[in-house]
Design a protein around this ligand. Structure first.
Ligand SMILES: *Cc1c(COP(=O)(O)O)cnc(C)c1O
Length: 470
């Protein structure tokens, strides 16, 4: 299998190179040249299977068989053994025909662990095989950074530098990044927003000489392997609820469009999804785009669901590429317009296609608060603010018996945002025992300005890959 860039100007690559590359050299994102599909029997057979076995099948298909199957199976087994729940991603029913898919039982209590635990193992495997090192630089709105740092702590082949917006992540999120003591792990507070941090990471990738010198690699959801790993739980939950013989709907708390794009991929691979709903907080650019056909950035507002405080959703580009019939030139134009004028308009066909592929809903802060309270009262279930955005975006339940089951993706554990949840629900969710020392361990933070040169200097001086190559 070869992988193509959404901008059409970068060479096609194999899976191993896509894994190590992150962003394509033309600024685009990689996708498989063609979608693999599963037969109805294969999908039905996922019901009741251990998570790591389904992950092996899904990632094997999306990696085009590039990783030997026994190695992939071993990495999946190890990755999901780090989870604190034997089902890895259990389904919990909260109302008739409505289920929460708990994706937060990994080491950092957010869904990012599902992909990151496997990605770290895949990267070390490929780097070891090649005798190479890599420098991983990523931007985080809060959860990616902790998940990446946790997943790469044991990595022998990488140096990991995570940029986070100073003062805009929760204490738990920050401590997950700043308390690990391994010397190859660097948590960097940037004087700016998440969008600034993400833009600086893109600057580093677009500076090709620098990129080659430090062997830059990415773990943001622009990395194809992350999306591939996330496709797994759509199949796991879908099959558990009767797919492919019955359709299933998913409602996804959305920021960078990575998680919901994994749902779109599951659909392309044959999972019968009735409705795929984009749920946002007040930063509602995607919900507005679905209803108006215009993608237009506004300022980012800080909300109780900080991991979704994003205006530019990188992975939306993957969808635009797909939905435009893989028209890379058209995607390039839209992205140029976005860069220059902060907006682009979908043509009529594309806007219609978007509406057909996704439903969307935005929850303001009052709605999030009300949703957490009402769900607790009606079902005794405590939602975190990100997941609450998705519950708020659910279509109203009807009494029609043929309705597809609704699966709400729970992307964070409520204990990751204890103060917000306590203020709303009157219950302070406790951290799981295995995180006992998190709030007292000493922190290590490097502070840098929102300036690409300063960041390059720091990265270059701490990247072992650069020293070896010199
Ligand atoms: C990252 C994150 C999201 C958004 O996921 P995307 O793939 O960026 O759309 C939602 N909720 C939580 C808790 C997250 O950490």
């Amino acid at each position: 299998m070869r992988y193509v860039s959404t901008r059409g100007q970068a060479p096609t690559l194999g899976f191993e190179d896509v894994l190590l590359t992150g962003l394509a050299r033309d600024g685009g994102l990689y996708l498989p040249q063609a979608w693999p599909t599963f037969s109805a029997d294969k999908i039905a057979g996922f019901a009741g299977q251990p998570f790591d076995l389904v992950a092996t099948d899904v990632v094997d298909a999306l990696a085009g068989g590039a990783i030997p199957r026994d190695e992939l199976a071993r990495m999946a087994r190890e990755a999901y053994a780090t989870f604190g729940h034997a089902a890895v991603t259990p389904l919990v029913q909260i109302a008739p025909n409505r289920f929460v898919l708990e994706l937060f039982h990994g080491p950092t209590l957010a869904f990012k662990d599902v992909a990151m635990q496997l990605l770290a193992r895949l990267m070390d495997y490929v780097l070891a095989k090649r005798g190479e090192r890599a420098t991983i630089v990523g931007a985080t709105s809060g959860d990616t950074g902790g998940a990446a740092i946790e997943a790469f702590r044991a990595s022998k082949r990488t140096d990991v530098m995570i940029l986070f917006p100073d003062g805009r992540v929760s204490d738990v999120q920050r401590r997950m990044m700043t308390t690990p003591t391994e010397p190859h792990i660097h948590a960097i507070a940037i004087d700016g927003t998440f969008d600034d941090a993400q833009a600086r990471v893109k600057d580093l990738f677009n500076h090709h000489a620098f990129r080659d010198r430090v062997k830059l690699s990415g773990v943001n959801s622009i990395n194809w392997a992350r999306i591939a790993a996330q496709v797994t739980y759509y199949f796991v939950a879908g099959a558990a609820l009767g797919a492919p013989h019955r359709k299933v709907s998913f409602i996804v708390p959305t920021g960078n469009f990575g998680d919901i794009f994994a749902g779109y991929v599951a659909r392309m691979m044959g999972l019968p999804i009735e409705t795929l709903t984009i749920a946002t907080n007040s930063n509602d650019i995607l919900a507005r785009t679905v209803s108006t056909g215009t993608y237009e950035t506004r300022g980012v507002v800080a909300t109780s669901s900080p991991s979704m405080d994003i205006q530019v959703s990188s992975n939306f580009e993957r969808y635009l590429f797909e939905a435009s019939g893989r028209d890379a030139a058209r995607v390039g134009q839209m992205m140029d317009q976005l860069k220059q004028g902060g907006r682009f308009v979908l043509d009529v066909a594309l806007a219609q296609r978007l509406k057909a592929d996704f439903a969307a809903g935005a929850a303001d802060e009052a709605t999030v608060t009300k949703t957490i309270s009402v769900t607790l009262a009606e079902s005794g279930y405590l939602l975190d603010p990100h997941t609450a955005c998705a519950v708020a975006a659910c279509s109203k339940p009807t009494r029609a018996t043929a309705q597809a089951p609704q699966v709400i993706l729970a992307t964070a554990h409520p204990a990751k945002f204890p103060d917000t949840v306590a203020a709303i629900a009157g219950i302070k969710p406790g951290l799981p025992k295995r995180l006992n020392r998190l709030m007292s361990d000493p922190e290590r933070i490097h502070r840098l300005p929102n300036d690409v040169r300063a960041i390059e200097t720091y990265v270059a001086s701490h990247a072992r890959a650069a020293k070896e190559g010199a």
